[in-house]
Design a protein. Structure first.
Length: 50
């Protein structure tokens, strides 16, 4: 958690994003999430999920 918290700001969004939005990116709605905030750093999100 410390790794993802540092660049984002140590807030709650980091936990929700890695737990809920990540699923949408995998197959539900990749376009929507990608346009939100998965494009600037998709590598970090995948690292935590995978």
């Amino acid at each position: 958690m410390a790794r993802g918290c540092r660049p984002r700001g140590c807030r709650a969004p980091a936990r929700r994003v890695h737990g809920r939005r990540v699923r949408y990116v995998i197959g539900s709605e990749p376009g929507q999430v990608n346009g939100m905030r998965w494009r600037p750093r998709p590598a970090r999100v995948l690292t935590y999920d995978a």
